[in-house]
Design a protein around this ligand. Sequence first.
Ligand code: SF4
Length: 164
Amino acid sequence: MSESSVHKVLVSACLLGQPVRYDGKSKGIVSDWLSALGAEGRALAFCPEVAGGLPTPRPPAERQGERVVTASGMDVTAEFDRGAKLTLALCQAQGIRFALLKEGSPSCGSGRIYNGRFEGVSVAGEGKTTALLRRHGIAVFSEDQLAELASALSSGSMATDRDP
Ligand code: SF4
């Protein structure tokens, strides 16, 4: 594994401005630090739900334990699990040890997710992709933790010289 690959970051595609969210929109964040990371070829955009075979736009879904369902009761667990596995496979193939994933998502959330009752209420928890990545030793940060991610990356020698 090369040193540079260790310091690549997998990033939720929606955070990099790609319109892949359930509502067909993006959630791009403005960050000179993240832009610099991208310019160095170290930010790899990926959307687990699209990779798992779900269309865009798509019905919003929430975790109910290990299952993921839409508000109308459609079980989309298989698609979410497929997306999680493909995300892990990509990280392992590229030697990626860090991920920057969208908070609150049933795939990408790392500190909170919605409560599974479609009430707009979030609770402590993580998305299915985040959980799988963490089980395999990949450190997952949210868009609210850019400084923490930068610090983790800078423990190596490849850190960008800009602060978030
Ligand atoms: S699955 Fe992740 S990358 Fe894809 S739209 Fe949802 S939060 Fe963004």
